[in-house]
Design a protein around this ligand. Structure first.
Ligand SMILES: *[C@@H]1O[C@H](CO)[C@@H](O)[C@H](O)[C@H]1NC(C)=O
Ligand SMILES: *[C@@H]1O[C@H](CO)[C@@H](O)[C@H](O)[C@H]1NC(C)=O
Ligand SMILES: *[C@@H]1O[C@H](CO)[C@@H](O)[C@H](O)[C@H]1NC(C)=O
Length: 479
């Protein structure tokens, strides 16, 4: 049934959804009230990357394992239901080590020379992954370059920092490569489109405050604005008017805010789709001051050894920790998207740490509970509007109104004991609703939780201590 919010409210009757907990002696049910009239940001989705050839781990899996992993990532009823894929746009001349090869391994001798693009039909495994994502209904593909090809840069190398030739403060013997870089990004988008994947967002920087031995390019926000002012009209001329420019992938929230304020000062804010931040050097904090959307586009626990725990003393790789991290970004920091770092990785890389959601070990795989923390947000579909919630002690709650009229309520139980929960909507509630719930804790992974709806519209569900529960409320069939 496809209902608008207005139709949904029209169907409503003054009945409270109240919890009754099976099998345990319930403490008093805590009421969470969803206020559909209090509207916040629009959600674009949740995602991950498989950059630096990690996607090849999925490419190389045999069936049925390959389908199992794809379902874990993208299936909206049995997996995390991810709705965004962040692909790395390669800048390296080769695929040595885990580098992402570029579609322009050699530049023409001058910036206005004809580029000799080379498309290998694989893009480090990311094309295959993206094509599979399309089959699951994923619509948001973020192409993000870590660097321009080295031949467009001050250091003539895609690694070790350096700047794009042509931005203020640079001098390059070969001239200004900003337009050539914009053309190159357009070519990447066109190649993906020819292969059945519509790139929706483009980023031309990654961690521009960090210089390292792999693909990296430095930029201030002011320099980024100079590129944006060329890239936007270049996209428009190529009929890519709906492609959003994201910027600037700073290593942390503080630097991301600096980039944003410089871009705003340079008058380029309205050419941005989303300001993007990572959380490594400083965590996502109070909302960024911008009219644009804000995405957290890369974070993970880089230090901990591989862990599949939901809760083990609150460790940085715990699923429960990630549930709170995602919740904080969306609810307290006005983010419209939360993107993990690697979706998959092997055992050898970085001493088998927690930077991946799924460990792919040859033909076997293991799933971390971090993936299930994301899965608890899987009914928050792209285009959902976050709405207000109130009530409940030791409960963190948030709710979203989806474009199909359904309501996703996401709750973290911060307490250590089981809680019964009653969900109500302000003023009125749905009559005859269909309510489904699922929960995750140490021994469950988005497991269906029984919700019985009594004749008076009462619904029941409970959430274990340090567990997470999500409700999907849909209008019932009309009598
Ligand atoms: C998701 O998983 C369910 C259950 O296995 C399956 O029926 C459905 O086809 C899957 N969805 C997609 C898009 O493959
Ligand atoms: C990609 O965009 C084209 C042109 O707008 C459209 O015809 C096509 O259906 C889209 N493909 C997918 C998989 O969304
Ligand atoms: C939240 O982000 C939206 C853009 O998505 C913006 O319009 C709104 O002002 C922001 N709210 C706060 C409190 O910063």
């Amino acid at each position: 049934m496809h209902l608008t919010l207005q139709q949904l409210i029209a169907l409503a009757a003054p009945v409270l959804l109240v919890a009754a907990v099976p099998n345990i002696q319930p403490r008093q049910a805590q009421k969470i009230t969803v206020d559909l009239s209090r509207k916040y940001q629009t959600i674009d989705g949740f995602g991950f990357s498989a950059a630096f050839q990690r996607a090849n781990l999925i490419v190389n899996l045999q069936e049925p394992k390959q389908s199992e992993v794809l379902n874990l990532l993208f299936n909206t009823t049995t997996g995390a239901g991810f709705s965004i894929v962040r692909n790395g746009i390669g800048s390296s001349k080769s695929s040595n080590s885990d580098w992402m090869n570029s579609i322009l391994p050699e530049c023409p001798s001058t910036p206005d020379g004809t580029p000799d693009y080379k498309w290998d039909g694989k893009d480090s495994g990311q094309l295959f992954l993206s094509q599979q994502a399309v089959k699951f209904g994923v619509k948001t593909f973020y192409g993000n370059a870590w660097s321009a090809p080295g031949c467009m840069k001050t250091n003539n190398n895609d690694a070790n920092g350096g700047n794009l030739c042509g931005v203020s403060g640079t001098y390059c013997r070969t001239g200004n490569w900003i337009q050539a870089y914009a053309n190159y990004l357009v070519k990447y988008i066109q190649l993906y489109a020819q292969n059945g994947v519509n790139v929706t967002h483009i980023g031309f920087l990654n961690e521009p405050d960090f210089s390292t031995s792999y693909a990296s390019m430095q930029s201030s926000g002011s320099q980024a604005a100079e590129v944006i002012k060329v890239l936007r009209p270049t996209l428009d001329r190529a009929n890519l008017v709906n492609i959003g420019i994201n910027c600037c992938e700073g290593t942390g929230w503080n630097v991301a805010n600096q980039h944003a304020s410089q871009i705003i000062s340079a008058g380029a804010e309205n050419m941005i789709y989303a300001f993007t931040s990572h959380e490594y050097t400083s965590r996502v904090g109070s909302p960024m001051r911008t009219t644009r959307k804000v995405w957290q586009t890369e974070y993970c626990d880089l230090n901990g050894g591989w862990s599949t725990s939901w809760y083990s003393y609150g460790g940085a790789g715990d699923g429960f920790t990630w549930a709170n991290t995602i919740f904080n970004g969306i609810v307290n920091s006005n983010l419209s998207a939360y993107i993990y770092w690697e979706g998959v990785q092997d055992r050898a890389t970085n001493n088998n740490n927690n930077e991946k959601l799924i460990l792919i070990d040859g033909q076997n795989y293991q799933v971390s509970k971090r993936l299930w923390a994301f899965a608890q947000f899987r009914d928050v579909r792209p285009g959902a509007v976050r709405v207000g919630t109130s009530g409940g002690s030791n409960l963190k709650s948030t709710a979203f109104l989806n474009t199909d009229g359904s309501i996703a309520v996401v709750i973290i139980n911060s307490g250590t004991s089981t809680q019964s929960i009653g969900i109500g909507l302000t003023g009125s509630t749905l009559s005859n609703p269909t309510v489904n719930a699922y929960y995750t804790d140490n021994t469950h992974e988005a497991s269906s939780q029984s919700v019985s709806i009594a004749t008076d519209g009462t619904a029941s569900a409970s959430v274990p201590g340090r567990g997470m529960i999500s409700f999907l409320i849909q209008a019932g069939a009309r009598a």
